[in-house]
Write a protein that binds this ligand. Structure first.
Ligand SMILES: Cc1ncc(CO)c(N)n1
Length: 233
C-alpha cells in the first residue's frame, strides 16, 4: 500500500525519502543524454532542423494519445492500490491531456503537419508498447507512478533548458518549450516526484528495483524518441 505523508511521518518513515534523487545522481549520464539531447539542445541554439521538429510534432501527437491510456491505467492502480490520496493530482494530469491534444492539432496546422497521415516510427512504436504494458494489473502502482514522474520530468527538464537564460530558441518554437518548460509544469513534476518518493519509501526491495528499472527504461526510450525525431530510426 501507499500511505499519505501524514501516515508515513507517524511511523517514522521518510529517512530514505529521496530515492528518486539518488537514482538521478547514480544514473546522471543517462539522465543528461535524455534531457540535453542534441535535438532539444539544437532548439535552444536556434539551429534546429525544422523538418525534424515537424517529425517530432507528428510523432509526439501519437505518443500523447497512447499516454492518455497509460495515465488511465496509472489512475486505476492509484484507486485500487493506494489510499487514493494521489487521485486528484493524477486526475488533473489526465484532464490536462485533453487540452494538450487540442494544442497538438493547432500546432500541427501551423506547421502544415497532416496528423491523419502520420504513422508511428520504430522508436515511437517501441515506447508505446512499453506504455501499453502498464495495463497489466501485475504492474504495481509504485512502478507506474515512478514511470509517470520520469516521463514528464524528461520533457520538463529538456524544454526548460530551451527557455533558460542565454537561449536562442526561435520565437515560433517558444510556445512548445513553454508548454513543458513552465514553472507550473515543473511544480506538477515535483508533486509527482513527492508521490513517487513516498511510495518508494514503503516499497519492498523488489518493487523498488522494478521501479528503478522502469526509470532507466524510460530514459532509454526518451533518448530513442529524440534520436528518431532528429533523424529517421
Ligand atoms: C516522448 C514523450 N515523452 C514525454 C512527454 C511528456 O508528456 C511527451 N509528450 N512525449
Amino acid at each position: 500500500s501507499c500511505k499519505s505523508d501524514a501516515a508515513a511521518a507517524m511511523d517514522g518513515g521518510g529517512v530514505e525519502a529521496a530515492t528518486t534523487a539518488a537514482w538521478m545522481a547514480r544514473h546522471r549520464g543517462m539522465y543528461e543524454r535524455a534531457t540535453r539531447h542534441p535535438f532539444t539542445v539544437s532548439i535552444r541554439d536556434g539551429t534546429v532542423d525544422l523538418s525534424a521538429f515537424r517529425r517530432w510534432l507528428g510523432q509526439d501527437y501519437m505518443f500523447v494519445k497512447e499516454f492518455v491510456a497509460f495515465l488511465a491505467s496509472v489512475l486505476l492502480k492509484c484507486c485500487r492500490q493506494s489510499d487514493g490520496s494521489d487521485m486528484e493530482i493524477i486526475l488533473g494530469g489526465l484532464a490536462s491531456l485533453s487540452d494538450e491534444l487540442s494544442w497538438f492539432k493547432k500546432e500541427a496546422e501551423k506547421w502544415s503537419v497532416n496528423l491523419a497521415e502520420v504513422s508511428p516510427l520504430k522508436s515511437n512504436t517501441e515506447y508505446c508498447r512499453f506504455l501499453q504494458s502498464f495495463s497489466e494489473p501485475e504492474i504495481s502502482y509504485v512502478v507506474a507512478i515512478t514511470t509517470f514522474w520520469i516521463i514528464e520530468t524528461v520533457y520538463q527538464d529538456s524544454f526548460a533548458f530551451c527557455i533558460e537564460e542565454g537561449n536562442k530558441t526561435p520565437p515560433e518554437l517558444l510556445g512548445t518549450c513553454q508548454r513543458w518548460g513552465s514553472p507550473e509544469f515543473k511544480q506538477y513534476c515535483q508533486s509527482l516526484q513527492r508521490i513517487a518518493d513516498r511510495c518508494l519509501a514503503e516499497a519492498s526491495a523488489d518493487a523498488a528495483r522494478s521501479a528503478e528499472e522502469a526509470f532507466l527504461r524510460v530514459l532509454e526510450l526518451e533518448i530513442g524518441f529524440w534520436d528518431m525525431s532528429s533523424s529517421r530510426s
